[in-house]
Design a protein around this ligand. Structure first.
Ligand code: ZN
Length: 695
């Protein structure tokens, strides 16, 4: 007789760290199925007639009851991301629709909404801590934005809009991908490849051969497109590629891939949805759960920054024109020359080799340098620890107070593997909260645990069979610091309520603050010196090389800033002022924005909106400004250390920890910021860090 799949199912063991040494794909369906049943039963119990609606009996009970599912499903999702072998993919995909459906229903359950409203309207609400009040308010806000307060006769239309919007977004991405794939430029004359690096030529030759052609095939996918725009001496080739890229999914290509009608439909539906919810525009809806207060505030922020960046962008473009004339005999710069001329200018001014820099960032030295930064800055201790892991590459650490009190733990999975999702990311395994059950007797606080994942290259064996340590590019070091910043936000939280502990409940436009803040340390000479050691000689990175890296960091920052502002402003105006049923077109609006802020105006046939997937197919609709917004916040926070005269100033570090890092989503991000900085955010520090200061 075989045991029930629920007996000793390690996915259901949530008493401590995930049991990666025991969990197998066949555990998933029985465990997740049971947890879904438990959650549904709990919701029925909490919402039956006569159930009490107090913090303890409802809000806390619901939060506690839903946690096992999110933790266990989190483990499954994590394994799917880091060990994407067929068995795990199948186990994950088999339960994904059910889990998604459960969470969708949760967000639409009006009985839950009524229970939160009952708490908000009760005498108990005034006695709740501000943190608990915020949790109740957030829940009510999210239900409202999902249409919970609409009249019954409005709900079918609201639901239909939501479904249509998700289909239109999916179609927008598909069209873009299909249009991208539909184009190829086959080059038969080798002379046209002049300037291209060998690997780009090789890839192009292989692509042509795969199609049964001689010559070289170039496509609009980044690894093929970018080298052409940066390096190809052939102006004709660059112009052809540029035009194809700029007109993807537009009226010039196959009609079935044209995104123009979708853009109009998406804008009209978003506007209708916003008006049903009682807002003037979709931008207003988008800002409700964000840190930014209002559309005029964000517009003013973007325009102020555009004015400040403008002189530097003009200087960038003047430098580029002068260089093109004197060194490349190009009298006018066309849009398809910009990347090419910029690359040549960068090489001439700041030439250094990424490969040379990489020899200095050896793994052990980088990790000990990173740990030292964290320890010094926040007064904590990081130590190696033991735990079951999903792969032999993975290491495990603990963060303690100097007195030895455990604060949190994290897994570090640095190397790329074929079965691992690309990129770098932080994820939560366990979130901090005060335990309410019997378990609280032994330890009242559940300690947070994080996953830090990167895709760096692993150490390689040398000829003696001895492993040579892994070395990282400076960009990879920055990535590691960035993800560690997200990790610290999760691990150093002091919040006791799961819903707003760590990164939970933090506004979308503020969540990158700690991660971008940590990146600054990769540009501090004392840190770089201390965390570099040449893989062969053991020498620290030379100062002269570091100076070149610093100079290249801000290359064309004025132009790049204005480009980001152009996209942000266009996105925000499109979703606020613009009437999709009116006289003026989306392109008319884009033209206005460009006349206001751009220093480089693309050709009239450019169809940028048709490939702006961030706002039409991603989550960035009326939120593209978040990139710049969060950069301002993180730079301004780092500015406090600069003003203190020491990037490791103890007092400032403790204040950053207590006002921002440890507070999580328990307080509005603007209040956290003000508590730390004593004022509202200012753009000056970001401009200074980007080299945009008048001298
Ligand atoms: Zn990030």
């Amino acid at each position: 007789m075989t045991a029930s799949p629920l007996c000793d199912n390690p996915l259901l063991d949530l008493s401590g760290l995930p049991r990666f040494d025991a969990i197998v794909p066949s555990d998933v369906q029985p465990a997740i199925g049971k947890l879904l049943d438990d959650c549904r039963a709990l919701i029925v119990r909490l919402t039956t007639e006569g159930a009490t609606t107090t913090w303890d009996s409802f809000a806390a009970a619901l939060s506690d009851g839903l946690e096992p599912l999110s933790r266990a499903w989190g483990v499954v999702g994590h394994l799917h991301a880091v060990n994407d072998v067929p068995e795990w993919r199948e186990a994950y995909n088999r339960m994904l629709p059910e889990v998604s459906r459960f969470y969708a229903e949760l967000g639409q359950n009006l009985k839950l909404f009524a229970a939160y409203q009952a708490i908000a309207g009760s005498a108990e609400y005034a006695r709740l801590s501000p943190t608990r009040q915020r949790i109740i308010d957030n829940e009510i806000r999210d239900f409202r934005l999902a249409g919970a307060e609409l009249r019954d006769d409005q709900k079918p239309r609201f639901q239909a809009i939501a479904e249509e919007l998700s289909q239109l977004s999916a179609k927008f991405s598909e069209n873009l991908l299909d249009a991208t794939n539909a184009f190829a430029e086959l080059v038969s004359d080798e002379a046209e490849l002049a300037g291209l690096p060998d690997d780009a030529r090789q890839a192009a030759a292989e692509a042509a051969e795969k199609d049964g052609h001689d010559g070289w095939k170039f496509t609009l996918h980044m690894p093929s497109y970018l080298p052409v725009m940066q390096y190809a001496d052939s102006r004709r080739l660059r112009a052809v590629m540029y035009r194809a890229y700029a007109t993807r999914a537009a009226e010039f290509g196959a009609a079935e891939f044209d995104n123009t009608p979708l853009i109009g439909q998406i804008l009209r539906l978003r506007r209708e949805e916003a008006q049903m919810l009682g807002y003037a525009s979709f931008a207003e809806v988008s800002l409700v759960p964000k840190m930014a207060d209002s559309v005029p505030q964000v517009l003013a922020f973007l325009r102020d920054m555009a004015i400040k960046a403008r002189p530097f962008a003009e200087r960038d473009i003047a430098d580029l024109r002068a260089f093109a004339r004197s060194e490349l005999q190009l009298q006018d710069i066309e849009p398809w020359d910009v990347g090419y001329v910029s690359e040549k200018l960068l090489q001439e001014r700041y030439a250094f080799s990424e490969q040379e820099v990489k020899q200095y960032f050896t793994e052990d030295k980088v990790l000990s340098g990173l740990f030292e930064v964290v320890e010094t800055l926040f007064g904590v201790c990081l130590k190696r620890d033991n735990a079951p892991v999903w792969h032999e590459d993975v290491r495990f650490f603990r963060i303690e107070t100097p007195a030895g009190e455990l604060l949190g733990q994290f897994y570090l999975d640095l190397y790329a593997r074929e079965t691992k999702r690309g990129g770098a990311w932080m994820d939560e395994a366990i979130t901090r909260r005060r335990r309410s059950s019997a378990a609280a007797a032994t330890d009242p606080i559940q300690k947070p645990v994080a996953y830090l994942n990167c895709n760096f290259s692993r150490p390689i064996g040398n000829t003696n069979g001895q492993a040579r340590p892994a070395t990282f590019t400076h960009d990879e070091v920055i990535t590691l610091f960035h993800e560690t910043g997200h990790g610290l936000h999760h691990l150093l939280t002091r919040v006791d309520e799961l819903a707003v502990a760590g990164i939970h409940g933090v506004e979308w436009d503020a969540v990158e603050l700690p991660s971008q803040f940590m990146e600054n340390y990769c540009w501090e000479w004392s840190v770089v010196q201390g965390m570099s050691s040449h893989v062969d000689t053991g020498h620290a990175l030379p100062r002269a090389l570091f100076d070149k890296m610093l100079a290249a960091r801000n290359f064309q920052s004025g132009m790049q800033t204005l480009r980001q502002i152009e996209f942000s402003l266009f996105d925000l105006l499109l979703h606020s002022d613009f009437d999709p049923a009116g006289e003026r077109s989306v392109l008319d609006l884009l033209g206005d924005v460009r006349r206001e802020v751009a220093v480089l105006v693309p050709p009239e046939w450019h169809r940028f909106p048709n490939s702006f997937a961030h706002i039409f197919a991603g989550g960035y609709g009326a939120g593209y400004y978040s990139y710049k917004w969060a950069e301002v916040l993180s730079a301004d926070c780092y500015g406090a250390f600069e003003e203190a005269g020491d990037p490791f100033d103890q007092n400032t570090g403790q204040r950053f920890l207590s006002s921002i890092l440890s507070v999580g989503g328990s307080r509005p991000a603007i209040e956290n910021f003000r508590a730390f900085r004593g004022r509202d955010p200012q753009v000056d520090a970001l401009l200074r860090h980007s080299g945009m200061v008048s001298v």
